[in-house]
Design a protein around this ligand. Structure first.
Ligand code: G6P
Length: 618
C-alpha cells in the first residue's frame, strides 16, 4: 500500500529518495512521485506505473536540493495515473504533500475550499489537504498543518513541505504508520518513512510516531509534538520520544541471488522456525517460555476463551492456531476476520483473551479489531512480526515472530512463524493446564526437528516445479484438507490466486460433496492434503470420489505412504512430524507450487497486481 519517504540533510535528496521508493516497492503501488526543495521553490516529478518510469523522468530532468519527500501510491480515490500520483500541491504550487490513508470528509472539505476559490486538479481525497494547509498558512508550516488537521476526519500519515517555510518537513500521523529516522555517525540528516525498509540503508535509529503526533524535521534535528495540544492554552506540548534500534540489516531486504523475494523467503523457512523458537523452548520442562506474555500471566491463567483475529494469510494461521490451542490446552478458541469483528458488536465475556495476528502489525482492520476488544474490556495480545509496529505497541502483551522482513507480497515465512508462535502459546498454556510433561517434551522435540524436515521438503522443489509445468494453463484449482490441514488448503489456494491469478478454492475435504464436486472434471486439478492422521481413511475416500469423476489429483502424503501411488496423478511426499506441526510442512510444497505456476505464467511474483503487502486502509 502507499509508501512515504522524506529526507532533510546535506546530501542531494533525490537519489536517496529514489532508493527509498525502491525499497517500498514491495508494498504494492501503482504510481510514484517525488518533490524537492531546490532553493527557490518546489520541483515535482510524478509518473504512473513502476518506479522505473519515475527514474527515467528524474534522469531526463534532474532534481537538486537537500530536502524532499517521495511517495508510492496505491489508488483509493481516483485512477492510478500521473495526475493523481502524489506529491500534491496547492494552487500556487509552493506546498507539496504526500499522504497515506483516507480523508473521509474530503467531499465536504473540497466543496468548502472550492467556494473559497481553491482550484482542484486531481480526483484524490489527498488534494484537499494541500489546499487546507494553504488556507491555514500564516507563515509557519507546522502551525498550518496542525490547524488543517483539526478539520480532517479519517486516517493519515503525511509529509509536507513548503517553499514559504523552507528546509523543513512537517509530518503527522493518525492510524497510518510513520516513523522518523535519525542520522547515524554524525550524519546531520533526518528521515521520515512509512516503513523502516525505506531508510534502513542509512540509519537504524528510529522513532515511531503515535496517533495524533506531529513532528518537524530539520537538517539533523526533529521535534515531536502532541497534535491535540494545539488549541490548549500554552499549546504545542513537545513530547519526548524514545529512539529505538532496528535489528534488521540491509541484506535481509535484498534478494541475495534469488530471482524473487518470495523464493528467498520460502527457502528461509528452516531458519524462520529456528528464530521463532530460539530461547523459547524448555525441553526439560516440556514447555515454552514467552517473556512477552508475562504481563498477562494472570489473565492467561484465568482465560476461559480465546478469540484470534486477523486478515488474509494471518487469518489462516489463526485457524491453524484454533486447532492447536484447543487440542493442546483444551481452551475454546474462536477465529474472526478482523474486518467483521470490528463492526459486529462482538460478545466478549469476562476472561476472554483476544489475540491479533499480523505480519506487518499495521493492518487497519486488525488494529481496529484489537482496539474494539480493548474497549470491550478484553486482555489483548499480539502475534506480530514487525517490531515497534502499531499492533505490537497497542496490545497488552505479545509474541514477536522474528521472521525478519518479509518483502514478497504473498506471505510465506511470516505464516510459518505465526503458526510456530501459536504452537508455542498452545504448548505453554497446555502445560499450565495439566498437559503431561511427556506430551510437552514431544512437542518441544518436534519443534526442534522441524527446521531439518523443512529442508527435506525444500529439496523436492524440482519435482514440484515439474508438476507446476503441467498445470500452468489450468483455469481453476481446488485444495482440500481436514483438521489443521484444512487451513492449509485455504492458504494453498490463496497463494495460487494471489500470484498466478488462477481461480482457486480451499475447502474442508468432506465438504466437497456439498458443492465443489459439481466442478470436477478432467480440467480440474485437486490438491489433497493426505497425511497419515486420524482422518486419513476419510480423505482417501474423497480422493476416490474425485478420481471417479475424472479429476486430476495432486496428493501431499506422508513419506513412505504406498497406498496412493497408483491412484493419483502426482504425489508430493512430505516427512512425518507431530500431527499439529504437519500443517507447517504441508504448506511449503503449496507455496512452491504457486510460485512456480506464477513464474511459468510470467506473473510479477513479488508484486502481484492490485495487492498490497500491508493494508493500512479499511
Ligand atoms: C495483505 C497481504 C497479505 C496479508 C494480509 C494481512 O492482504 O497481501 O499477505 O496476509 O494483508 O496482513 P498482516 O500484515 O496483518 O499479516
Amino acid at each position: 500500500m502507499c509508501g512515504i519517504v522524506g529526507y532533510v540533510g546535506k546530501a542531494d535528496a533525490a537519489p536517496l529518495l529514489m532508493e527509498g521508493l525502491r525499497r517500498l516497492e514491495y508494498r504494492g503501488y501503482d504510481s510514484a512521485g517525488v518533490a524537492i526543495q531546490n532553493g527557490t521553490g518546489l520541483e515535482i516529478r510524478k509518473s504512473a506505473g513502476k518506479i522505473a518510469n519515475l527514474e527515467r523522468l528524474v534522469a531526463q530532468s534532474p532534481l537538486h536540493g537537500s530536502t524532499g519527500i517521495a511517495h508510492t501510491r496505491w489508488a483509493t480515490h481516483g485512477a492510478p495515473n500521473q495526475t493523481n500520483a502524489h506529491p500534491h500541491t496547492n494552487c500556487s504550487g509552493d506546498i507539496a504533500l504526500v499522504h497515506n490513508g483516507i480523508i473521509e470528509n474530503y467531499d465536504v472539505l473540497r466543496t468548502k475550499l472550492a467556494e473559497l476559490g481553491h482550484v482542484f486538479t486531481t480526483e484524490t481525497d489527498t488534494e484537499v489537504l494541500t489546499h487546507l494547509v494553504e488556507e491555514c498558512f500564516e507563515g509557519n508550516l507546522e502551525q498550518a498543518v496542525a490547524a488543517a488537521l483539526t478539520q480532517v476526519e479519517g486516517t493519515f500519515g503525511i509529509a509536507v513541505m513548503s517553499a514559504r517555510d523552507a528546509e523543513k518537513i512537517v509530518v503527522a500521523r493518525r492510524a497510518a504508520p510513520l516513523l522518523l529516522g535519525v542520522g547515524e555517525n554524525g550524519d546531520a540528516a533526518t528521515w521520515v518513512a512509512s516503513d523502516v525498509a525505506a531508510i534502513l540503508g542509512h540509519t537504524r535509529q528510529v522513532i515511531y510516531l503515535d496517533d495524533d503526533e506531529i513532528a518537524v524535521l530539520g537538517e539533523g534535528t526533529y521535534e515531536t509534538i502532541d497534535l491535540k495540544t494545539i488549541h490548549e492554552p500554552g499549546g504545542w506540548t513537545p513530547i519526548e520520544k524514545e529512539i529505538s534500534h532496528v535489528d534488521w540489516d540491509l541484506e535481509s531486504i535484498e534478494r541475495a541471488g534469488y530471482p524473487h523475494f518470495m523464493l528467498k523467503e520460502i527457502h528461509e523457512q528452516p531458519n524462520t522456525v529456528r528464530d521463532a523458537t530460539r530461547g523459547r523452548l524448555l525441553e526439560e520442562e516440556g514447555t515454552a517460555k514467552l517473556g512477552g506474555l508475562d504481563q498477562l500471566e494472570l489473565e492467561i491463567n484465568a482465560a476461559e476463551r480465546v478469540v484470534l483475529t486477523a486478515c488474509g494469510t494471518s487469518w489462516h494461521s489463526a485457524l491453524v492456531g484454533e486447532y492447536v490451542i484447543e487440542e493442546l490446552a483444551r481452551l475454546p478458541v474462536e477465529v474472526e476476520y478482523a474486518s467483521e469483528f470490528r463492526y459486529r458488536n462482538p460478545v466478549i465475556p469476562p476472561n476472554t483473551l483476544v489475540g491479533g495476528i499480523s505480519q506487518s502489525g499495521e493492518t487497519a482492520d486488525t488494529l481496529a479489531a484489537i482496539r474494539e476488544a480493548k474497549r470491550l474490556g478484553a486482555a489483548t495480545f499480539g502475534i506480530v512480526n514487525v517490531v515497534g509496529s502499531t499492533i505490537a505497541r497497542e496490545t497488552d502483551a505479545g509474541v514477536y515472530t522474528h521472521a525478519g522482513p518479509e518483502i514478497g507480497v504473498a506471505s510465506t515465512k511470516a505464516f510459518v512463524a505465526q503458526v510456530t508462535a501459536l504452537t508455542l502459546i498452545g504448548l505453554m498454556i497446555a502445560r499450565r493446564r495439566g498437559m503431561s510433561i511427556e506430551e510437552g517434551r514431544a512437542i518441544v522435540r518436534a519443534l526442534r526437528e522441524l527446521p531439518g524436515l523443512i529442508e527435506e521438503v525444500l529439496a523436492t522443489e524440482g519435482d514440484i516445479r515439474m508438476i507446476a509445468e503441467q498445470y500452468r494453463e489450468s483455469a481453476n484449482f481446488l485444495y482440500l484438507g481436514r483438521g489443521p490441514n484444512f487451513p492449509i488448503a485455504l492458504e494453498g489456494a490463496l497463494k495460487l490466486k494471489e500470484i498466478s491469478y488462477i481461480h482457486a478454492e480451499g475447502y474442508p475435504a468432506a465438504e466437497m460433496k456439498h458443492g465443489p464436486i459439481a466442478l470436477i472434471d478432467e480440467e480440474m486439478p485437486v490438491v489433497f492434503m493426505a497425511p497419515q492422521d486420524s482422518v486419513y481413511s476419510k480423505v482417501l475416500l474423497n480422493i476416490e470420489e474425485v478420481k471417479t469423476r475424472g479429476g486430476r489429483v495432486i496428493a501431499l502424503v506422508t513419506n513412505g505412504d504406498q497406498n496412493l501411488t497408483d491412484k493419483v496423478d502426482h504425489l508430493i511426499r512430505v516427512p512425518k512430524t507431530h500431527r499439529l506441526l504437519q500443517p507447517i510442512l504441508n504448506v511449503i510444497p503449496l507455496q512452491l507450487l504457486a510460485y512456480y505456476i506464477a513464474v511459468l505464467r510470467d506473473c510479477d511474483v513479488d508484486q502481484p497486481r492490485n495487492l498490497a503487502k500491508s493494508v493500512t486502509v479499511e
